[in-house]
Design a protein around this ligand. Structure first.
Ligand SMILES: [Mg+2]
Length: 231
């Protein structure tokens, strides 16, 4: 078989926190130096904590950021300052604005092979803006933002809505995410195959295929004949 559609999560799958922008700005705001490297190094641990937390995904997003900055060295009493500065930075420009250099090329390969592309994101109404700023929006036929559609992952309804808009059956589609409880559980409930982008290998042992990047995933889909670049 060949895949007719690939659907993507946004945060930590297509788009990443811009550590180079956030570390110095937050560090200066709280009077405690932070480095981009420290944030990058602790991202996996913060994500694992996020997976275990409850509540809405929007609450989880704040919890993720707070956990990440604490792990990267921000003192506990500085947390209100961290929150305020992140909010200011997010209003100025979407926090999740960094994109890996090979991602656009990987998406172009899928599109050029006739695969329909979509984004299903638990977001705050700004997923499309973030994708546009990152130069990725034009690759996607459908972008669903949980804030705008009123349902969020892992509810299978948001995955089914995306498939419906693409006109593709779940068995002919693949979902790509980074969180087991949100992405894997939800996509499977909607009848889709699912893989994780997991560069820090935090899901070792889980019953799901993982890749270091979107580009690595596309290489593998082509190698396995699930995407055909001929003709
Ligand atoms: Mg994500």
């Amino acid at each position: 078989m060949t895949l007719r559609a690939v659907l993507f999560d946004a945060g930590n799958t297509l788009l990443f926190l811009d550590y180079e922008r956030l570390a110095p700005a937050v560090g200066e705001a709280i009077g405690h130096p932070l480095t981009a490297d420290a944030l990058a190094a602790r991202a996996g641990e913060a994500a694992r904590r996020l997976e275990r937390s409850t509540g809405t995904d929007r609450e989880r997003a704040s919890e993720y950021l707070e956990a990440l900055f604490l792990l990267a060295g921000a003192p506990e009493p500085s947390l209100p300052g961290v929150r305020d500065e992140l909010l200011r930075l997010h209003l100025e420009q979407h926090l999740w604005s960094a994109v890996h250099e090979r991602t656009a090329h990987a998406l172009a390969r899928l599109r050029d092979a006739g695969v329909r592309l979509a984004v299903v994101s638990n977001s705050d109404g700004r997923a499309e803006e973030a994708l546009r700023a990152a130069g990725l929006l034009d690759y996607f036929a459908v972008v669903l933002d949980s804030q705008l559609v009123g349902v969020e992952k892992p509810d299978p309804a948001i995955f089914r809505l995306a498939l419906q808009r693409l006109g593709v059956a779940p068995a002919d589609a693949l979902y790509v995410g980074d969180l087991y409880e949100v992405d894997v559980v939800g996509a499977r409930a909607a009848g889709m195959d699912v893989v994780l982008v997991d560069p820090l290998r935090t899901h070792g042992g889980a019953d799901v295929r993982t890749y270091g990047s979107v580009a690595e995933l596309v290489d593998d889909l082509v190698a396995r004949g699930l995407v055909s670049e001929e003709g």
